[in-house]
Design a protein around this ligand. Structure first.
Ligand SMILES: *[C@@H]1O[C@H](CO)[C@@H](O)[C@H](O)[C@H]1NC(C)=O
Ligand SMILES: *[C@@H]1O[C@H](CO)[C@@H](O)[C@H](O)[C@H]1NC(C)=O
Ligand SMILES: *[C@@H]1O[C@H](CO)[C@@H](O)[C@H](O)[C@H]1NC(C)=O
Ligand SMILES: *[C@@H]1O[C@H](CO)[C@@H](O)[C@H](O)[C@H]1NC(C)=O
Ligand SMILES: *[C@@H]1O[C@H](CO)[C@@H](O)[C@H](O)[C@H]1NC(C)=O
Ligand SMILES: *[C@@H]1O[C@H](CO)[C@@H](O)[C@H](O)[C@H]1NC(C)=O
Ligand SMILES: *[C@@H]1O[C@H](CO)[C@@H](O)[C@H](O)[C@H]1NC(C)=O
Ligand SMILES: *[C@@H]1O[C@H](CO)[C@@H](O)[C@H](O)[C@H]1NC(C)=O
Length: 909
């Protein structure tokens, strides 16, 4: 009870509490000024971005090493405030309105290494501003309004990366004397310089700039030798700078003999490549060139032959009308060629890939022809690609409706491992379609329109295949028992949303696939299977069966019992069975899955789960039971599954938030280390007190409190029951109890309480009765004379000759007791009532003897008794008042009572 009391108190206090907290917060916030104390501090990193701050917060932990105040309204970075955080190594202050960098900033932050002030309005910058910044390794000044005075970067002796892009700089010259010896990355993109002068980079002559970004510049002019000072240059990015063919040509001349390794010329208006364009690169060891997005429509024959060392060439998104035999001549080292969307599109004609176009590329390993439209494959399209391992033709249009054994014949000499034919409009696979690709390990055929019975011969010759992807084929593929007979090496088979027809096949189509490790059969509306579907797939690790119609096969009502189709899949680690309409799981349905780590049963109709279904899941890490009909989460069912879990999804079930159903789960949720996303969606449905509340609001204490109440309840209800039972027993069987009690008493005390001096009595009782009741007296009283009782009856025992009156007086004297056999007749007998009774009473009073016993043969009201016999029931001891029971079985008890009454003492107690 004290518990309840306290809880009630707490409940009523709660709103007050909240209000108080709110008030404090409001007060606190208004004091602290906008945004303060809302920075997110994680370990030693403070994130104060996007808070509309106008000042740098001064109340952060002093030991932070990283501070992000970007995306605010700061106008300056006051050294005094920032000086409170002397451990700062990283300061992000981009996207503000900072106007200047104060000289003391670096002095107050001696450990500062990275300073990012991009997208501000910093204007004048001179040496004094950065004079203490010799420790900086990264300085980002992009998108300001910089005007450089003198040698502002001269003190930055440790600088590795400098970004001054998008500042409106009209010259690339950053200083007048050699400086920034450690600089490796410099970005000058998006400025206004139209000319790169000869000595622009001479101040960097002693540095080791490796990466230079000169994108989006209005370059018109490259003075000879302008890149000479950057001897270590390895990567040059000019994306978006409209060089055109002439400047490109010149640029390559400038790079002649340099250490350049990667050159990016995306979107530089290089509409055509001349024979000489890349000549300057011949004298380099360049490995990667990016020529994407140049609207290039043609390329002079052999114009790439200068790039003998090139390994990666990207020409995405161009407009070539054809790829000719001479185009790639000389690319002897090329490993990867990206031609994604590189051919021109037109309604009226298709670009052409000439026969043998790729034949010079003897080292080519990867060819990307995805999202490309061209006329079609011929017997020689890919001839000569003797090193090709990867070919991507996905999302391309090249009229490949039916794949025949001719289609990829040109690859027969290639060691092709991966062929990506995703979304290429294929409608049918002919016999031996891939027979020439004996090395193929991955065949991707998803998102096509394949519609056929797979007889098995389609995959003939794929002797090393490991993965076949047939998912998303509009559900027109029909499997047969022999579909995969030629590909026993298969490890991954994806058939999501691909199948039609039945899988109730014997033998199972998957029976040859002893190596199979991943099988996806999801989204196929599969309803009919047999228990052998997956038998023998000992290596199966991942099985997707979601979005099918398998509910029936697990029903106990299924003819022949539930199908245990997962039996023997002991290596299974991932099993998805969502959205199958399951409303029950047979006891052995998930048995033996000791290695299962992920089980997903979401979106079914599971309510009651049998005990023991999860008992084998000792490895389970992730369990998904969301959107079912689960009401109760019992320890006995769920404990094995939840024991080692790291992720649980059980939201959106109609939980019954009673102690019985949910207490254990609520406590588990509260205490678990596992991740339980969407905790707000664990909502109670019943009882009404918890309706629409989350499980976390369930009060476990309420269950503990019921214990005393329960005891009280049990106690009171038992008491009431006992009382009721006793009352009933007494009502119906009380006479019996009295009977046994009197027997017991008379047994222990002896039959007679003999009064002293009673020897004078000749009779035990003088019987007064109406004449009419004589028969009753003879039958029921005189029978007691056998038990050594002697009655005095007027008719029988009166001595003849004496007056009746004398006899009565005398006999009464000689009897220990006087028994009235009370009936209405007796009460109406004047002789009896007026004389006998009177005398008897007199005797009682005179001799102080308690000697009267009334035997009622009928129910007589008390007032009649008083009037007739001058006696009240209350005047006599209760054992002297006897009622003749009509029920035959009670008569022995009556006789016993009578016997006791007659034997009892006459003394008044
Ligand atoms: C940083 O300072 C805070 C208090 O300002 C302290 O709680 C924390 O332990 C400190 N962390 C380290 C690593 O010194
Ligand atoms: C050039 O760099 C070297 C070492 O990298 C250094 O010794 C020399 O002083 C630097 N020269 C100038 C002018 O900074
Ligand atoms: C490119 O150079 C050629 C000759 O060197 C010249 O005729 C042509 O006009 C130049 N094109 C541009 C756009 O400057
Ligand atoms: C290119 O590499 C070769 C051999 O690795 C080397 O001898 C040559 O000097 C390099 N050329 C340039 C310009 O770095
Ligand atoms: C195959 O192509 C599809 C579509 O372009 C792409 O998503 C997938 O990553 C590719 N796979 C491989 C192995 O190339
Ligand atoms: C599970 O996989 C292992 C390794 O592939 C294999 O040796 C073992 O036989 C498999 N287990 C069963 C029960 O087949
Ligand atoms: C949750 O756990 C905490 C700490 O173990 C405990 O103090 C709290 O009472 C629990 N709350 C519920 C609702 O079980
Ligand atoms: C349940 O609670 C949510 C918010 O907690 C409320 O949006 C929604 O309307 C409630 N639903 C019912 C049926 O009361």
């Amino acid at each position: 009870e004290p518990h309840t009391h306290r809880r009630v108190m707490a409940r009523s206090l709660r709103p007050l509490h909240l209000l108080l907290v709110l008030l404090l917060c409001v007060l606190g916030c208004s004091h602290a000024g906008p945004g303060k104390a809302v920075c997110r501090v994680v370990r030693l990193t403070a994130d104060c971005s996007h808070l509309s701050l106008e000042e740098v917060p001064a109340d952060l932990p002093a030991n932070i090493t990283a501070l992000d105040v970007s995306h605010n309204r700061l106008r300056k970075l006051p050294p005094v405030v920032l000086g409170r955080y002397p451990q700062l190594q990283l300061l992000q202050a981009g996207y503000n309105s900072i106007q200047a960098l104060e000289a003391d900033l670096c002095r107050m932050l001696p450990l500062l290494r990275k300073l990012r002030v991009q997208h501000n309005v910093i204007h004048l910058l001179k040496e004094a501003n950065l004079v203490h910044c010799s420790g900086l390794t990264e300085l980002n000044l992009a998108s300001n309004r910089l005007k450089l005075l003198g040698d502002p970067f001269l003190p930055l002796k440790s600088l590795v990366s400098l970004d001054v892009s998008a500042n409106g700089l009209s010259s690339a010259r950053l200083g007048t004397q050699p400086q920034m010896g450690g600089l490796r990355e410099l970005s000058l993109s998006g400025n206004k310089m139209s000319t790169l002068q000869k000595d622009d980079f001479s101040c960097l002559c002693n540095s080791s700039v490796q990466v230079l970004r000169l994108g989006s510049l209005p370059l018109k002019n490259l003075e000879p030798g302008c890149l000479k000072p950057l001897e270590g240059l390895r990567e040059l990015v000019l994306d978006g700078t409209k060089l055109g063919p002439n400047l490109t040509d010149q640029l390559c001349q400038e790079l002649k003999g340099s250490a350049i390794d990667r050159l990016s010329l995306r979107d530089v208006h290089l509409t055509s490549v001349l024979h000489t364009t890349f000549m300057g690169l011949a004298d380099t060891n360049i490995t990667a060139v990016d020529l994407s997005r140049n609207e290039m429509s043609s390329m002079a024959n052999g114009s790439l032959r200068w790039l003998r060392t090139l390994k990666l060439l990207s020409m995405e998104e161009n407009n070539f009308r054809q790829l000719t035999r001479e185009m790639f001549v000389g690319l002897d080292s090329l490993r990867s060629l990206v031609l994604r969307n590189a051919l021109a599109k037109s309604r009226s004609w298709y670009a052409v890939i000439e026969d043998y176009a790729f034949s010079p590329l003897r080292c080519l390993e990867s060819l990307f022809l995805d999202r490309t439209t061209f006329r079609g494959l011929t017997a020689q399209t890919f001839s000569g690609l003797v090193s090709l391992q990867y070919l991507n033709l996905s999302w391309s249009k090249f009229d490949l409706k039916i794949v025949t054994n001719e289609s990829f014949a040109s690859l027969s000499n290639s060691p092709l491992r991966t062929l990506n034919l995703t979304e290429t409009g294929i409608t049918r696979l002919a016999d031996g379609a891939f027979a020439s690709l004996g090395n193929l390990s991955t065949l991707l055929l998803g998102y096509n329109f394949i519609s056929q019975n797979l007889s098995g011969s389609e995959f003939r010759g794929l002797s090393r295949i490991q993965k076949i992807h047939l998912s998303f084929n509009n559900q027109k593929i029909r499997l047969t028992s022999w579909s995969f007979q030629h590909v026993p090496t298969l490890r991954t088979l994806m058939l999501r949303r691909a199948l039609t027809g039945t899988l109730d096949l014997k033998p199972s189509p998957f029976q040859p696939l002893q190596e199979l490790s991943v099988l996806d059969l999801s989204n196929n509306n599969i309803a009919n299977i047999n228990s052998d579907l997956l038998s023998g797939l000992h290596n199966l690790r991942v099985l997707y069966l979601q979005h099918n119609n398998l509910a029936r096969i697990w029903k106990s009502a299924n003819p022949g019992g539930p199908l245990l189709f997962l039996r023997g899949l002991e290596n299974l680690t991932v099993l998805e069975l969502d959205y199958n309409g399951f409303d029950e799981i047979p006891a052995a349905g998930l048995q033996g899955l000791r290695k299962l780590q992920e089980l997903s049963l979401g979106g079914n109709m599971l309510d009651f789960l049998r005990e023991g279904i999860f008992s084998d899941m000792v490895s389970l890490r992730s369990l998904n039971l969301q959107k079912n009909l689960i009401t109760s989460v019992q320890k006995s069912v769920f404990q094995p599954a939840l024991a080692n879990l790291s992720v649980l999804h059980m939201e959106r079930n109609p939980f019954d938030c009673t102690c019985d159903s949910i207490l254990w789960f609520a406590e588990w949720l509260n205490g678990t280390d596992a991740s339980v996303p969407q905790r707000d969606s664990y909502v109670c449905n019943t009882p009404s007190a918890y309706f629409n509340k989350t499980i976390s609001q369930f009060e476990p204490l309420s269950c503990r409190d019921t214990t005393p109440f329960q005891a009280l309840y049990v106690f009171t209800s038992t008491t009431v029951l006992i009382v009721m039972a006793t009352a009933l027993v007494f009502h119906f069987q009380g006479w019996r109890i009295q009977f046994y009690w009197s027997v017991l008493v008379s047994r222990t005390l002896g039959f007679r309480e003999v009064d002293r001096g009673e020897e004078r009595f000749q009779y035990d009782a003088y019987v007064i009765h109406a004449q009419k009741d004589r028969r009753w007296v003879e039958r029921h009283l005189l029978s007691l004379e056998d038990k050594q009782l002697r009655f005095c009856l007027e008719d029988r025992d009166f001595v003849p000759g004496r007056t009746r009156l004398e006899c009565i007086v005398d006999m009464m004297r000689q009897s220990r007791k006087i028994v009235f056999v009370v009936t209405e007749t007796l009460l109406n007998d004047p002789w009896c009532t007026q004389y006998k009774a009177h005398h008897a009473i007199q005797q009682v009073i005179e001799e102080s003897r308690d000697s009267v016993v009334l035997v009622f043969l009928e129910d007589v009201p008390d007032h009649r008794l008083v009037r007739a016999l001058l006696l009240r029931r209350g005047m006599l001891r209760s054992r002297c008042l006897l009622n003749w029971p009509p029920q035959r079985e009670r008569r022995p008890a009556f006789q016993q009572s009578l016997w006791v009454a007659l034997g009892s003492s006459n003394r008044i107690q």
